[in-house]
Design a binder for this molecule. Structure first.
Ligand code: ADP
Ligand code: MG
Length: 249
């Protein structure tokens, strides 16, 4: 049994079958990569996990709950957090203020930017925000303004904001897209470190094979809307079906 189970998911856009009988099982505590050529259906699949798209048929079950028909914030409340391609942070606020906001949202169930001045003095929020920054190795940057940081540090900050919501499953759609090599390596190290410390399950969509093979314990390969192979990384590299999907031969 996986923490996230996808069974027989189909999704069409008009006449285009974007997902066809997709089955995917993500084991608790693992990093599971979803790879595949452009247009394979990776983002469509991810959108079915977060309440953005409703599959035509099939089931999506997380930790015993069906995710179908749930709103994005309800899915978030049961423990699924999503990391976007471009980090979603408050550029004008300090690193510490950015992290206090989701700590507050988690505690009080409301996301309010103007609650910030009120929670500044509350020790439970401050302690938790500090711990999140320690966990992503950013405590020394707590007073920096978010916009002044490197791409890799913005990703670190966004991860601290995600962790503040105490997720059981993190969904990452191309977390290193557009990054320079140093920031990519920084992000690989961060994700490995988070998994090591907190055993959070992660589903990562990623194009960069260096990232995939550095992190993933299991890989599913999507091509033309179907999972063509699901296997351990060592069995994926030379797999003829995978080469065929990528080379189009
Ligand atoms: P990937 O993320 O693997 O590159 P996508 O999931 O974005 O692939 O897209 C899969 C297929 O579905 C593509 O052919 C894409 O053009 C199509 N598609 C995705 N979203 C929509 C949509 N909202 N309306 C129509 N077609 C879509
Ligand atoms: Mg995509």
């Amino acid at each position: 049994m996986g923490i996230l189970e996808i069974q027989n998911v189909n999704k069409s856009f008009g006449g285009l079958k974007a997902l066809q009988n997709v089955n995917l099982n993500i084991e608790e505590g693992t990093i599971h990569a979803i790879i595949g050529p452009n247009g394979a259906g990776k983002s469509t699949l991810l959108n079915c996990f977060v309440g953005k798209l409703m599959p035509d048929t099939g089931t999506v079950t997380f930790d015993g709950h069906s995710l179908l028909g749930k709103k994005p914030h309800e899915i978030n409340q049961i423990g699924v957090s999503r990391v976007f391609q471009t980090p979603e942070i408050f550029s004008d606020l300090s690193v510490f203020e950015n992290v206090m906001i989701p700590c507050f949202a988690k505690r009080d169930g409301a996301f309010e930017l103007n609650a910030l001045s009120r929670v500044q003095g509350q020790s439970d929020i401050r302690d938790k925000a500090e711990q999140m920054l320690i966990d992503v190795n950013m405590i020394d940057k707590r007073d920096m303004i978010a916009s002044s940081m490197s791409r890799g540090d913005k990703r670190r900050l966004e991860m601290a904001m995600c962790l503040a919501q105490d997720p059981k499953l993190l969904l990452l759609d191309e977390p290193t897209a557009g990054m320079a090599r140093a920031d990519t390596n920084n992000t690989i190290e961060l994700l490995a470190q988070i998994q090591d410390k907190r055993h959070i399950t992660m589903a990562v969509i990623e194009h960069d094979m260096h990232v995939v093979f550095s992190l993933a314990q299991k890989i599913s390969v999507l091509a033309q809307g179907t999972v063509i192979v699901e296997d351990l990384p060592e069995n994926i590299k030379g797999h003829p079906k995978v080469q065929e999907a990528y080379l189009g031969t």
